[in-house]
Design a protein around this ligand. Structure first.
Ligand SMILES: NC(=O)c1ccc[n+]([C@@H]2O[C@H](COP(=O)([O-])OP(=O)(O)OC[C@H]3O[C@@H](n4cnc5c(N)ncnc54)[C@H](OP(=O)(O)O)[C@@H]3O)[C@@H](O)[C@H]2O)c1
Length: 307
């Protein structure tokens, strides 16, 4: 199949291009001009910024993809400029997705697969929720509420576009090479420096996903006819009280100290406190049954903190 990967230089996008080519798909990698020297090996490199609608329309038309994959975020900027990372990612999820859909439709594509996140559910019910659980669009933190609304808009756009079969892959918390949970990543460095304490109880649930399993799910999604929203996460959603001490030990860092839960938002920021105290996990049953995907790493215990 002819497949266009938007976000082809990314943590998921780069190995995805390689995996699709290994399965004999003809892959066009969409890359920004400034990132041209980091383009992956692909059948075609096409250059455009997804926030430039006209450029994207003509570039995607050149590639004539049957399937378009959206793996774009600006989260790589998180460590240097979190506000810019979230604002650009919000725009990529809204304007960028709308532009990519317009370009995919104009180019005659029949299918769109887009990256979303499995940790945007409202903390109601659970502790592990399926895809029908409401998203936390009214989170008390304005920044997280804006992020979740952008996620909801991305999903709405992908699933409501006429002529395009849409699939949303809600990835669990990515770990593995080049992710935030790698030794050199933002979370890895915070844990190694003893800067990620455990709020008492540590009851927030995280569903992890190895980056290679994210790639495997994206390949399955490209080749599938299924549509809709899918949690792509491992089989062991875990409370922070379990995974954080394990992760610190695997990294060779100090055990996390315990802090009173009430102080967590002030000491860690709203989002991290939420993740560690109240977040719900993501059930992967639908992906197993309707997509025929299952994680190779069924538990984060095997490799979290190993890279
Ligand atoms: N589920 C999760 O846990 C999750 C989800 C997403 C991200 N993350 C974390 O965030 C980090 C980044 O992962 P990621 O794969 O989402 O992001 P990434 O590795 O930064 O890849 C994002 C891709 O989007 C592209 N892009 C950005 N802005 C663009 C634009 N305006 N037009 C076209 N392409 C654009 C980037 O291209 P350039 O090379 O040109 O910038 C890059 O190819 C990782 O550390 C990961 O752990 C986690």
């Amino acid at each position: 199949m002819r497949v266009l990967v938007a976000g082809a230089t990314g943590v998921v996008g780069r190995p995805l291009v390689e995996a699709l080519r290994a399965r004999d798909h003809q892959v066009s990698a969409l890359v920004r001009e400034a990132s041209r020297d980091r383009a992956p090996a692909a059948d075609t490199i096409v250059i455009a910024d997804a926030l430039d609608r006209q450029a994207l329309l003509s570039t995607v038309a050149e590639a004539r993809p049957e399937v378009v994959v959206h793996q774009m975020t600006a989260l790589r900027l998180l460590r240097d400029d979190p506000a810019e990372a979230f604002e650009l990612t919000r725009r990529l999820r809204t304007e960028g997705t709308a532009n990519l859909i317009a370009a995919a439709r104009a180019a005659g594509a029949r299918r769109l697969v887009a990256q979303s996140i499995a940790f945007a559910a409202a903390p109601v019910g659970g502790p592990v929720l399926d895809e029908d659980a409401p998203l936390y669009v009214d989170a008390p933190d304005p920044g997280w509420a804006a992020t979740v609304r952008a996620v909801a808009e991305l999903e709405r756009l992908v699933l409501s576009s006429p002529d395009l079969a849409g699939m949303v892959l809600r990835y669990g918390m990515l770990y593995g090479a080049d992710t935030g949970y790698a030794r050199t990543g933002g979370t890895g460095q915070a844990v190694l420096a003893g800067r990620l304490p455990l709020p008492e109880g540590g009851a927030g649930i995280t569903s992890f996903l190895h980056v290679e399993d994210a790639v495997g799910a994206a390949v399955a999604a490209v080749e599938s006819d299924a549509t809709g929203v899918f949690h792509i996460a491992d089989d062991e959603p875990a409370p922070a009280a379990q995974w954080l001490p394990y992760y610190a030990s695997a990294l060779g860092g100090p055990p996390p100290r315990t802090i009173p839960a009430a102080l967590a938002p002030r000491l860690l920021g709203w989002y991290t406190a939420h993740q560690l105290t109240a977040a719900r996990g993501a059930a992967n049953h639908r992906a197993r049954t309707a997509l025929g995907w299952e994680p190779v790493r069924s538990s984060w215990r095997a490799e979290l903190g190993e890279e």
